[in-house]
Design a protein around this ligand. Structure first.
Ligand code: ACM
Length: 620
C-alpha cells in the first residue's frame, strides 16, 4: 500500500522525476518491496530510495581514511570473484564513485556501518570493520543483467547484535586443506561472521606444525584406519584400512590467519588438554599416565587416555602454546578442557601427589588446578583462555571465558559468576547433526538431528539471566565436528545453509528475526549464490501447505521450494519421487482418499540441476 501511495505522490507532485526514472529504467527496482532486500544477516534498518546506481568497468572506488584502501582491495577481490570486475581505486573524490569512508566525522561503533546508495553514488562509512561489512551488504545488493551491475537506491544503517559470531571447524578428526578453509572464510565474511575457531588437535590427529616437537606432525597427524558407519552401527567396529591425516605448516597457518584478518575474522586456535590428546601420547608417551602403548584411534568418543599433570606435560604445553601464540595473534586461546575421564589420574602417583600437595579435594579440582596453571601462563603472555564448559567443574579459573556446549547451563552459571560466555549449545548449534528427523534420508551424521529452523530460532541470551548478567554473553558459535565428514562436499553440505541461519542468530536482534521471511526471501538468494560459486549445500525441504477443499473432501497441496527456479517432482501414491515423477506446476488436488493418509514424496531440482534428497510428507 505504501508503495502505491508513494508512487501516486510522485505522480502528482514530481512528474518530471517520474519521467526521468522511467527513462533510466529504474522503476523496476523502485518497486521492489523491502523483502527484495535479500541481505543475510538481515540488517537493522533498510530504507529504499529511488533510482539505480550502475557499476561499470569505469566506476572508481574512492578510499578515504585509514585502511580504506585495504577494504577497497577486498571489495575488488569479491567483485572479481563473483562478477569478473576489478575497479580502479583512488583517493580523490570523483563523481559517480563508490566511496569507502573510514574517516567520517560521525563515529560508528566497531562493525557498524551506513550504506547509502543513490542513482549518483554509493557511500559506505564506519570504522574499517564496518565499511568492510557495508561492502559485504553492497555485494549482496548487486543485480547482474547482461554484463551490467546495478544497485537499487537504498539507505542501510546496520550494527551487530553480538560481538562474537563464530564458527568452529574440527580438523582433528578429518583434515581439510587450506584452500577449503579459505573458501569457508570467504562465506563467513559475506555472512558477517567474525570468529573462526580452529579445532586443531584431538585424539585422532594433531594438525599444527610445532618446531620443537616434530613427532607431532610425523606421527600424531596420522591414523592408520577409520571405522565405517555410525558409532553404534558395527560392533565390533569395522575399519576401512586407509591411512589418513595431514597437518598445517606454521607458514600455512599464518597464511590462514592473514587471510581471515583481511576479512575481519579472528582465528582462535584450540589446543585440547588434558583430554582428547591421545594422538600426542602416541608420539610422546612420557606425557601420559603410563597406560601405553598408544595408537592414534580410528574411532571417536570420550577416550580415557589423557595427559599426566606433571612438570614434563606443562613444559610441553607451554612450549607448544608459545609457538601457537607466535602464529595466532588472537586475544583468546582455546584450551579445550572437555570430556576428561579422571580414572587415569586416580591411579597416577604424580596426580595423587599433586592433589595432596595442593590441598585439592579430588581429580576435578586437579583439572581445575591444571587449567588454572595454563591460564596463568596465557595471561602472563597477554592472552585469555577459553574452555568448554567442563572447566567450571572443580572451580573456574579467574579470567576464563566459557564456551557452553552441554546445553546452556554452563553458560548461565558462568555468566552468574561474572565470566564471559560464548553460547554453542548442542541442541541448537551442533551442525554436525543430521538436518532431518528421518536420518535414513540424510548422509551419516553425528548425534541427534538439528534442522535449519531450530538453528535460526535460537536466542543466545537465556531468559534465566538478568539483563546485567546477559552482558556476559559475548555471542554465539556453531560447531562442526568432522568424524563423519571426510570430504569438502560433505563439509559444505553440513555447513550450508545452517551457517546462514547462524549468521542471523549472531547479527540480527530477535525482534528483527523472522524465519518465514528468512526462508522465503533471503535464503533462496543465498542458495543461488552458493550454487553459482560452486559451493555444495543441502537443498532445504519446500514449504508444503495442505488445504481442505470443503465441497469435495479432497485437499490441495501447495509446494514452494526455497530455491530460485527450482523444479519439484512428486508422487502421492507413496512411490519414489525422481525425475520420472509428476512435475509440479500448480497446487495438487488430491484424489478421493476416503479418509486414508496419502504420502507425498518429492524432490527438488535446482536451476543448476542439483537434486535434493527425497522428502516425504503424510497428507492426512
Ligand atoms: C564437545 O563437543 N566435546 C565440546
Amino acid at each position: 500500500m505504501n508503495r502505491i501511495i508513494s508512487a501516486f505522490t510522485i505522480l502528482v507532485f514530481l512528474p518530471g522525476l517520474l519521467i526521468l526514472l522511467v527513462l533510466s529504467g529504474s522503476t523496476a527496482f523502485a518497486q521492489q518491496t523491502e523483502d527484495a532486500i535479500t541481505i543475510i544477516p538481515k540488517p537493522v534498518s533498510v530504507e529504499k530510495g529511488l533510482g539505480v546506481f550502475t557499476i561499470t568497468q569505469n566506476t572508481n572506488i574512492v578510499a578515504k581514511g585509514t585502511d580504506a584502501e585495504k577494504v577497497a582491495g577486498m571489495f575488488n577481490y569479491f567483485l572479481n570473484k563473483k562478477y569478473g570486475f576489478v575497479l580502479k581505486i583512488n583517493n580523490t573524490a570523483t563523481k559517480g564513485a563508490i566511496v569507502l569512508n573510514t574517516a567520517s566525522r560521525i563515529k560508528l561503533p566497531d562493525e557498524a556501518y551506513q550504506l547509502k546508495v543513490t542513482g549518483q553514488s554509493i557511500n559506505i562509512s564506519g570504522e574499517c570493520s564496518g565499511v568492510f561489512y557495508g561492502v559485504q551488504s553492497l555485494l549482496q545488493l548487486i543485480h547482474e543483467n547482461s554484463r551490467q551491475l546495478s544497485v537499487a537506491a537504498v539507505t542501510i544503517n546496520d550494527a551487530p547484535n553480538f560481538a562474537y559470531r563464530g564458527l568452529m571447524l574440527d580438523v582433528g578428526r578429518h583434515f581439510f586443506e587450506v584452500a577449503e578453509i579459505k573458501k569457508i572464510l570467504d562465506i563467513m565474511a559475506s555472512l558477517k561472521l567474525n570468529r573462526f575457531h580452529w579445532h586443531l588437535t584431538d585424539d585422532q590427529g594433531w594438525r599444527l606444525e610445532i618446531k620443537k616437537y616434530p613427532k607431532l606432525t610425523s606421527i600424531s597427524a596420522w591414523r592408520d584406519s577409520t571405522t565405517i558407519g555410525g558409532y553404534n552401527e558395527f560392533k565390533p567396529f569395522i575399519y576401512d584400512g586407509q591411512k589418513s591425516g595431514g597437518f598445517y605448516t606454521q607458514d600455512e597457518a599464518r597464511e590462514v590467519v592473514k587471510y581471515a584478518a583481511e576479512r575481519n575474522i579472528v582465528v582462535i586456535p584450540e589446543i585440547e588438554m588434558p583430554g582428547h590428546s591421545t594422538a600426542v601420547l602416541v608420539a610422546y608417551p612420557e606425557l601420559g599416565n603410563g597406560t601405553g602403548p598408544y595408537k592414534v584411534p580410528g574411532y571417536w568418543g570420550v577416550l580415557h587416555t589423557i595427559y599426566n599433570p606433571g612438570e614434563p606435560t606443562f613444559k610441553f604445553l607451554e612450549d607448544v602454546l608459545t609457538e601457537v601464540m607466535a602464529i595466532f595473534p588472537s586475544k583468546y586461546i582455546h584450551i579445550g578442557g572437555d570430556e576428561v575421564p579422571k580414572d587415569e589420574w586416580k591411579n597416577s602417583p604424580v596426580a595423587q601427589q599433586l592433589i595432596k600437595d595442593n590441598h585439592l579435594k579430588d581429580e576435578n579440582q586437579l583439572q581445575s588446578w591444571f587449567i588454572g596453571r595454563i591460564e596463568k601462563f596465557l595471561n602472563k603472555n597477554g592472552r585469555n583462555l577459553i574452555g568448554w564448559d567442563e572447566i567450571l567443574e572443580g572451580g573456574l579459573s579467574p579470567n576464563a571465558t566459557v564456551m557452553s556446549w552441554r546445553g546452556e547451563q554452563g553458560g548461565i552459571d558462568a555468566a552468574k559468576l561474572g565470566h564471559n560466555v560464548i553460547m554453542s549449545p548442542g541442541g541448537y548449534m551442533y551442525i554436525n547433526r543430521a538436518q532431518a528427523k528421518d536420518k535414513a534420508t540424510e548422509p551419516l551424521a553425528m548425534g541427534n538431528f538439528l534442522p535449519l529452523d531450530v538453528v535460526y530460532n535460537y536466542n543466545p541470551r537465556p531468559a534465566a539471566l538478568t539483563p546485567d548478567q546477559q552482558k556476559y554473553i559475548l555471542g554465539v558459535q556453531a560447531n562442526m565436528w568432522t568424524e563423519y565428514v571426510a570430504t569438502d562436499n560433505k563439509l559444505e553440505y553440513m555447513l550450508f545453509p545452517r551457517v546462514a541461519a547462524l549468521a542471523e542468530v549472531g547479527w540480527t536482534t530477535p525482534e528483527n528475526k523472522d524465519y518465514k521471511s528468512f526462508s522465503e526471501n533471503r535464503l533462496p538468494e543465498f542458495l543461488k549464490n552458493m550454487e553459482t560459486s560452486g559451493i555444495n549445500y543441502r537443498i532445504p525441504e519446500a514449504d508444503v501447505v495442505v488445504n481442505d477443499d470443503a465441497q469435495t473432501g479432497r485437499k490441495t497441496i501447495t509446494i514452494t521450494p526455497f530455491v530460485i527456479g527450482g523444479k519439484v517432482y512428486y508422487t502421492i501414491d507413496g512411490h519414489k519421487a525422481d525425475n520420472t515423477a509428476n512435475l509440479y506446476t500448480s497446487p495438487i488436488l488430491t484424489p478421493y482418499a476416503n479418509g486414508r493418509t496419502l504420502t507425498l514424496k518429492y524432490i527438488i531440482v535446482t536451476a543448476g540441476n542439483r537434486v535434493s534428497n527425497e522428502f516425504s510428507v503424510d497428507i492426512k
